[in-house]
Design a protein around this ligand. Structure first.
Ligand SMILES: [Ca+2]
Ligand SMILES: [Ca+2]
Ligand SMILES: [Ca+2]
Length: 131
């Protein structure tokens, strides 16, 4: 159990729950020590809100919001609010060339629409994680 009492998980389309600790074990077994993770769902900051979650040396992790917050679907944007600014405008429209820069780009846009949905960045990757 995590310190905030909530163990976050990804729920698959066929309703299997995969806890963040399960992902942490899987990622610990892979050879690469440098990678980026991006989570766009509600409560996605919970993937790195406790000590045994996904944090690690060489990793950068971006999320749509804090563990106790919602992400938002914006039908008129054709994406989630964070996904539109982080991925569509940030990375795909070349306003950002790294995970860190995409976070910096998306953050004020998301807050302007939803002040209670604050994108999070865990950055333990030296320099910019270029994409
Ligand atoms: Ca938690
Ligand atoms: Ca967690
Ligand atoms: Ca970095």
């Amino acid at each position: 159990m995590e310190s905030d009492g909530h163990d976050e998980m990804i729920v698959t389309h066929d309703f299997y729950g995969l806890p963040d600790g399960w992902f942490a074990q899987k990622f610990a077994a892979i050879e690469s020590t440098q990678f980026a993770l991006m989570f766009g769902s509600c409560h996605s900051g919970g993937m790195f809100d406790d000590n045994d979650d996904l944090q690690g040396t060489g990793r950068v992790i971006a999320s749509a919001c804090k563990a106790d917050q919602y992400g938002w679907d914006y039908l008129q944007l054709g994406n989630t609010l964070w996904g539109y600014y982080f991925v569509d405008e940030g990375l795909l429209d070349n306003n950002a060339y790294s995970v860190e820069a995409a976070h910096e780009y998306a953050y004020p846009h998301v807050l302007a629409e939803q002040p209670d949905s604050q994108p999070q960045l865990y950055d333990n990757f030296p320099g910019d994680f270029d994409l």
